[in-house]
Design a protein around this ligand. Structure first.
Ligand code: PLP
Length: 384
C-alpha cells in the first residue's frame, strides 16, 4: 500500500516545475554571478530574475530581498543583524515563548552579549495578546520577533496589528513566516513588517535556501562575512539554482493559495471531525484560534506519542510529535508546554500536516488507523 505523508510542516518534496526551473543552473548556466564574463553575466541574470520574482510575491523592491542558506539563517540574520546594528538605541528584545528555536536560540546569543530578552507568553490557544505585546515595548526596545504561524500547532498571530504597534514605538518588527507561504498572504506592506523570513523547502522548493525581506532603510549587520554578496548582507557565492527554485516554488504557492486553503483546509477539517467523533479524550491544539489550513495538532489523553507514531509509520503513515523524545523519556515541546496542557495530555501529542497532494482517501485512512491505534494503546494502560 502507498505511504501517506502527513508531515508537510517538517518539509515538502521539490515539485516538478521547481526542479525543471533549477536544472539549467546546475549545468548550462552553472556559473558565478559575480564573474564579469558572459557566463557570469548569464548567471547574474538568473539571480536577478529570482530576486525580482520573489520581490513580486512580497510586493517589495528586489533590493529588499536577501537570499540566505535557509530559514534558520534568515531568522539569525534578522535577529542578530538588527539587534547589533541598533545597539545604540538599546538592548531590549521582545519575542514569544512559542517561536522556533531558530529565533529563540539566536536570542540566547544576544542574551550572552548582554541584551535583555523578554519572552512573552501566549494564551491556551497559542495566541499572543496585542495589548500584552504593546505593553512590553520600551524606549530601549530595538527588535520584536513574533512568528506568523506556528510550526507545531499552526496558530496564526495577528501580525499586522502587532507590527503596527511596534512601528508606532520605533521598534523594528521581524516575523518568522517560514510556515506561511502558500497558506497566508505575504504582502509585506499590508502586514507592515520590517523583516520577514521564509524557507524554500516548506513550499516544495529545495532545502538549504531561504530569503529575508528587509524593509529599505532597516539597518542589518551581516553575520556571514566575505565577498560582500547580497548587497553586503550575506557573503558567499550565490546559489542560483537554489534561489531559482525558491522563487518558482513561491510563485506557485502564492498562485495556488486560495485553492489550497479551500481544498486542504477542508480535508484537515474532515480529519479533525473524524478524530473528534471517533476518539474520546483528545484536545485539538490551537482550537478556537486562526490556524494554518494544513495543520492539525492533537493530544490524545493517556498515551505516549512515540509508540503511536511508530505504529503509524509501520502502517504507512508519516507524522510527527509535538514533543521532543530523548532516550527513554518524552519531554513536552516548548510550544505544547506553553499551552498549559496537563502531562497526561501533552505526552500524547501528534502533529498531522497535510500537503498539496493529500487526498480524502488518505485522511480517511489515517483517521481510521488512529482510532485503532489509540484504542489499542489505551487498553493496556487501562488494564494495569
Ligand atoms: N522557523 C520555523 C517556524 C520553522 O518551521 C522552521 C523549520 O522547521 C525554521 C524556522 C527553520 O527553517 P530551515 O529548516 O529552513 O532552517
Amino acid at each position: 500500500m502507498d505511504r501517506i505523508y502527513l508531515d508537510h510542516a517538517a518539509t515538502t518534496p521539490v515539485r516538478p516545475e521547481v526542479l525543471e526551473a533549477m536544472l539549467p543552473h546546475f549545468s548550462d548556466n552553472g556559473y558565478n554571478p559575480s564573474s564579469v564574463h558572459a557566463e557570469g553575466r548569464q548567471a547574474r541574470a538568473g539571480l536577478d530574475a529570482a530576486r525580482e520574482r520573489t520581490a513580486a510575491v512580497f510586493g517589495c523592491k528586489p533590493r529588499e530581498v536577501t537570499f540566505t542558506g535557509g530559514g534558520t539563517e534568515a531568522d539569525n540574520l534578522g535577529i542578530l543583524g538588527v539587534a547589533r546594528a541598533r545597539r545604540e538605541r538599546g538592548r531590549h528584545v521582545v519575542t514569544t515563548c512559542i517561536e522556533h528555536h531558530a529565533v529563540l536560540h539566536a536570542c540566547d546569543v544576544l542574551r550572552e552579549d548582554g541584551y535583555e530578552i523578554e519572552v512573552l507568553e501566549v494564551d491556551a490557544r497559542g495566541l499572543l495578546d496585542p495589548d500584552r505585546f504593546g505593553a512590553a515595548l520600551r524606549d530601549d526596545t530595538v527588535l520584536a520577533a513574533v512568528m506568523y504561524a506556528n510550526n507545531e500547532i499552526g496558530t496564526v498571530q495577528p501580525i499586522a496589528e502587532l507590527a503596527r504597534r511596534a512601528r508606532a514605538r520605533g521598534v523594528t518588527f521581524l516575523t518568522d513566516a517560514v510556515q506561511a507561504p502558500g497558506q497566508l498572504p505575504l504582502a509585506v506592506e499590508e502586514l507592515g513588517v520590517d523583516l520577514l523570513a521564509i524557507s524554500a523547502h516548506k513550499f516544495y522548493g529545495p532545502k538549504g535556501v531561504g530569503a529575508l525581506y528587509v524593509r529599505a532603510g532597516t539597518p542589518v549587520a551581516p553575520i556571514i562575512h566575505g565577498g560582500g554578496q547580497e548587497h553586503g548582507r550575506r557573503s558567499g557565492t550565490e546559489n542560483v539554482a537554489g534561489v531559482t527554485g525558491l522563487a518558482v516554488g513561491l510563485e506557485l504557492a502564492e498562485a495556488e493559495r486560495p485553492a489550497f486553503a479551500q481544498r486542504v483546509g477542508g480535508l484537515r477539517d474532515r480529519l479533525q471531525a473524524a478524530l473528534l467523533a471517533r476518539i474520546p479524550d483528545l484536545t485539538v491544539n490551537g482550537d478556537g484560534a486562526p490556524r494554518l489550513p494544513n495543520n492539525l495538532s492533537v493530544s490524545f489523553e493517556g498515551l505516549d506519542a512515540e509508540p503511536l507514531l511508530i505504529g503509524l509509520d509501520l502502517e504507512g503513515v508519516a507524522a510527527s510529535a509535538g514533543s521532543a523524545c530523548a532516550a527513554g523519556s518524552v519531554e513536552a515541546s516548548h510550544v505544547i508546554a506553553a499551552l498549559g496542557l496537563p502531562e497526561r495530555r501533552w505526552r500524547g501529542t501528534v502533529r498531522l500536516s497535510l500537503g498539496r497532494l493529500t487526498t480524502q482517501a488518505e485522511v480517511d485512512r489515517a483517521s481510521g488507523l488512529l482510532e485503532r491505534l489509540v484504542a489499542a494503546q489505551r487498553t493496556p494502560a487501562a488494564a494495569s
